[in-house]
Ligand binder design. Structure first.
Ligand code: SGN
Ligand code: CA
Length: 549
């Protein structure tokens, strides 16, 4: 047994060194499973992402522990829930004293590389090579923070560039004598949904089916759903999101939503002349049609129009992700690298594509709580298989360590997916998962909540401003429109779930209240207008409501 130098408690187990699999972790940002045709093809065909499921396993019940970007990534890296790794929201940076699975794999002899969006507020540890976007990054001519070349700006479209970097690393820098762990992390399809020039004409002319809950009135649940600021009609920017030109808004007398026009100008300001020309060619037609239609539009028409514009741009960005995932798989196939390589495709969380009238994520309701997960492991995972087990982003760290034959630190909280991937589902015993979302007050104003989720039920506790409970019966109410918490028919189930929720909170050690120090820091930033999307006045109102409850 070899004792590792940095993390003395881990050891390399029996897997022969030559057989250790390569790991390719592909993650996009905000990619809803509703927009992957292996799950559902009513919105878009994604033939290349689907190849991963065809070669391996499609997970239909994969979820996140906290549906927001950087916290999800921190959970993936550490194998721990947010309250233990400390990254509970996007606001404060990642604590780099955490032990992460890439550090352990590097120490165990893996070559490690990362390209794309990380969003930790600092550079990753445990990587031989990295080129990452600062913060959210930009779609066009993006800047990168690199391990060896300082800060660079690269001309072109972000999804293509991240792939070029990845393929270049495989071709030029990969050491064939070492197994590798490669993180290929897309910015797309994150807001503000700028697609590649080559897709603009096609996608701005498409029409998509509407979800049946587009006009959800949020009755039947606790006030959290109604109070959230992520309704397509009310909160999506005409300009920054839907690309109505600022001068067209002025001409039509349309009021800005937030800093809508500035967000548009910032994005368009990054284009080079030929990118600008291509963008203008397609979007001038969009704006011309809008100018003609807008005067007679009802509120309902506006919602429908904004939904279509949202889908055209969001799905347009996914078209490039799919093409580029195809480039990567083609490369691996052409270079005989499929055998003994694990390929994972996932997202940092799901996303609302008009369900409940929403965009964005954060809630424990399915579309953002669940996340796509497709895994190919030729020779190990049977092609075309599917798992309905309750797996989470919490499980990746232990899965990769297990696959590499490295034992995981005992304080990691997930479960290895290797038994599911290798045809031994009987070894999987989890029957409930734990969820906890914290980022409030923040943009989109989704109240803090924690929950237990089983295949049948969700028991949700909203807290911080109000104290509200919600019980959702998943199979009977798949759209999650009705809170049955006070329905006597569910009294017994409710009691049982309360007990199970408390046990889960004990198991995962989530028994601490938010510290007053943290709340003071956050509210101080709100008061100083440093929290995007929350005005100081709104902050004061929240503190007042919090005191009253
Ligand atoms: C930005 C977006 C939000 C989004 C957060 C978090 N606004 O602030 O809509 O919820 O990122 O997203 S934008 O006007 O700047 O586009 S996350 O994926 O990073 O968690
Ligand atoms: Ca995200």
């Amino acid at each position: 047994m070899i004792i590792l130098l940095i993390f003395g408690s881990q050891s390399i187990a029996q897997t022969p060194v030559g057989k250790r699999p390569n790991i390719i972790f592909i993650m996009s940002d905000d990619h809803a499973y509703q927009a992957i045709s292996a799950y559902d093809n009513k919105l878009i065909e994604t033939p290349n992402i689907d190849r991963i499921a065809k070669m391996g396993m499609l997970f239909t019940n994969a979820s996140v522990t906290n549906s927001i970007c950087a916290p999800s990534r921190a959970t993936i890296f550490t194998g721990k829930h947010s309250h233990l790794n400390g990254k509970i929201d996007n606001h404060f940076p990642f604590d780099t004293t955490n032990v992460t699975f890439p550090q352990i794999l590097q120490e165990a002899g893996y070559q490690t590389a990362m390209f794309g969006k990380l969003h930790f507020g600092n550079s990753p540890k445990g990587f031989d090579q990295f080129k990452i976007l600062p913060g959210q990054g930009s779609y066009y001519n993006p800047d990168f923070i690199t391990k060896n070349e300082g800060n660079i700006k690269v001309e072109g479209y972000v999804t293509d560039i991240i792939t070029d970097m990845t393929l270049n690393w495989l071709e030029e820098e990969r050491n064939p004598d070492q197994p590798f762990m490669l993180m290929y992390l897309h910015k797309a399809p994150h807001r503000s949904w700028l697609m590649a020039e080559r897709h603009m004409e096609e996608f701005t002319n498409k029409t998509f089916p509407e979800p049946s809950t587009l006009f959800d009135d949020y009755s039947g649940r606790t006030p959290a759903a109604a109070e959230a600021e992520m309704n397509i009609l009310k909160h999506m920017g005409w300009s920054g999101d839907n690309k109505v030109f600022p001068e067209v808004m002025d001409e039509l007398g349309i009021a800005e939503i937030g800093v809508d026009k500035r967000r548009f100008e910032n994005e368009v300001g990054r284009f080079n002349p030929s990118q600008k020309e291509n963008f203008m060619a397609s979007y001038t037609k969009v704006n011309d049609r809008f100018k003609k239609d807008y005067p007679s539009m009802t509120q309902e028409d506006k919602m429908k129009w904004k939904y279509q514009r949202y889908m055209q741009d969001y799905l347009g960005t996914i078209q490039a992700v799919d093409e580029n995932v195809g480039r990567l798989i083609d490369y691996l196939e052409a270079n005989d690298m499929m055998e003994n390589t694990i390929i994972v495709y996932t997202s940092d969380q799901g996303f609302y594509l008009g369900e409940h009238g929403w965009f964005d994520k954060r809630f424990v309701y399915d579309e953002s709580f669940k996340t796509p997960l497709l895994v190919a492991w030729p020779g190990k995972t049977k092609p075309g298989t599917r798992s309905d087990e309750l797996v989470q982003n919490l499980d990746f760290a232990q899965t990769f360590l297990d696959a590499a034959g490295v034992s995981a630190p005992s304080d990691m909280q997930g479960e290895s997916l290797v038994p599911l991937l290798s045809g031994q589902p009987e070894k999987w015993t989890r029957d409930a998962v734990y969820y906890h979302y914290y980022e409030y007050p923040a943009e989109h104003m989704v109240n803090r909540h924690y929950a237990i989720v089983t295949k049948e039920y969700k028991l949700i506790h909203y807290y911080f401003v109000e104290d509200q409970w919600e019980l959702i019966v998943r199979k009977k109410d798949p759209q999650e429109l009705t809170n049955v918490y006070n329905d006597p028919a569910y009294a017994e189930i409710k009691q049982e779930l309360h007990v199970r929720l408390e046990k889960l909170r004990e198991k995962y050690k989530d028994n601490t209240d938010l510290s007053q120090g943290y709340i003071d820091l956050l509210m101080n930033d709100v008061a100083q207008n440093k929290v995007f999307g929350v005005s100081p006045a709104k902050g004061e109102e929240i503190l007042k409501r919090r005191k009253e409850n």
